[in-house]
Design a protein around this ligand. Structure first.
Ligand SMILES: [Ca+2]
Length: 407
């Protein structure tokens, strides 16, 4: 969200600022809010700077290294190999709303989808090389965390999410008091077709937007108990998980679970985008970002579990809302992992964040895509693809689900 962020970022899942584009798009009121938002982010990013670390490799370097395979460490796998599921199972009943994911060794990543039917235009360079990973078994929520579940957490703890917090004047010396307003980012369809070169064209900052008011102060979640909670920053998701006695999944756990024991398939439901012409996930239909015609049954967000589950009984592992994972995002992480001498066991992500498109922003991994995804712009409902989000930023298409250990 740094105002100097690269406007041409290909960042798929999370809006960031780019102040001048915001100003151009959303008018004076939003402009004021955006300035505050940018200031907030600068402060937060400064706090996270030591965590985020400095980049050592660019994505272009990674791709070049792959092409030349320069010999600086073994590349353990470039292709999908069989999944080897663990056979041990926990004793006792499954925690409510969770299923057992056996864990084991599998191939993680995504082939370049651009030459595949409905593969979109993005080669997904950060998803390669495809490499072997091992994860222990774990319990996983069958659905994304719902408004009802998050309400119970807030009622019990009086927790206030990042989007609801009014920026403090002492954190932004010199900022006019009227600029210190709470809010969050909201998707706004454009009046007509626009170039798809900048996501700032369809994202706006809405004062008063929060999990209770997902698209702005006039919206609410009444009657939407079974919808996924959104407008959740990373720490908001973590706070819920801790309260629930759970945690967020690692990226490797998430992908193992999404694959459902299958090998190298494009989607959590198989290799065919629309088997028997049937939509298999809540994504976007119609011209993006003008109008979502909702051919899959939902224009915009859907209640959880409205589409068939995958082989492990998990719903909405593609589409509906993005899901936070606990790993820092690095574009070159898979190259690092594939160069290890042994198959990584229970990898928890890199020690620092680095997105070449917005290198000064600390980001965690997002997975699964959302109701805004479409082959016209972003096909990250495909299992092996990766998203990322600045940690203090929620939006109306990012939520989460939790995992827990054997008990
Ligand atoms: Ca839809």
């Amino acid at each position: 969200m740094n105002p100097k962020a690269n406007r041409r970022s290909s960042q798929p899942s999370q809006p960031s600022s780019g102040a001048s584009n915001w100003l151009w798009n959303v008018g004076f009121v939003a402009c004021v809010a955006v300035v505050v938002w940018a200031l907030m982010t600068i402060s937060r990013n400064q706090k996270e700077a030591t965590k985020a670390g400095a980049p050592s490799t660019t994505l272009e370097t990674v791709d070049s290294a792959k092409k030349t395979n320069s010999g600086k460490g073994p590349v353990r796998s470039e292709k999908f190999e069989p999944t080897i599921e663990n056979t041990n199972k926990p004793t006792g009943e499954a925690p409510k709303g969770m299923v057992w994911i056996p864990g084991g060794e599998f191939s993680m990543g995504c082939e370049d989808p651009t030459d595949k039917p409905n593969g979109g235009k993005d080669p997904m360079v950060d998803t390669r090389p495809i490499h072997r990973v091992y994860v222990d078994g774990f319990w996983m929520d069958t659905t994304e965390v719902t408004n009802a579940q998050y309400s119970a957490f807030v009622e019990a703890t009086k927790y206030i999410t990042v989007a609801e917090r009014t920026p403090k004047a002492e954190d932004f010396p010199g900022a006019p008091i009227e600029n210190l307003v709470a809010g969050s980012t909201v998707f706004e369809p454009t009046p007509g077709p626009v170039p798809l070169d900048s996501h700032f064209r369809w994202w706006t900052y809405a004062r008063g937007a929060s999990w209770k008011h997902p698209t702005g102060p006039e919206s609410n979640i009444e009657g939407k108990d079974d919808y996924p909670v959104v407008q959740i920053a990373y720490e908001d998701a973590q706070a819920y998980a801790t309260w629930a006695g759970k945690r967020l999944p690692t990226e490797a756990e998430w992908e193992f679970a999404a694959r459902g024991g299958r090998v190298g398939e494009l989607y959590s439901w198989g290799d065919e985008f629309r088997p028997n012409d049937k939509w298999m996930a809540n994504i976007w239909q119609g011209q993006f970002p003008v109008k979502d015609i909702g051919s899959d049954g939902f224009s915009g967000i859907a209640p959880v579990a409205k589409f068939a589950p995958n082989q492990y009984g998990l719903y909405d592992m593609g589409g509906n809302v993005w899901e936070w994972c606990s790993d820092w995002y690095r574009a070159d992480y898979y190259r690092q992992q594939a160069s290890l001498n042994e198959t990584p066991r229970n990898p928890s992500g890199p020690s620092s964040s680095f997105d070449p498109a917005e290198p000064d922003q600390p980001k965690r991994v997002h997975r699964g895509g959302s109701f805004l995804c479409t082959e016209q712009y972003c096909t990250r409902y495909m299992i092996g693809t990766r998203g990322k989000g600045e940690i203090s930023t929620g939006s109306n298409h990012v939520g989460f689900r939790c995992v827990s250990e054997t008990k």
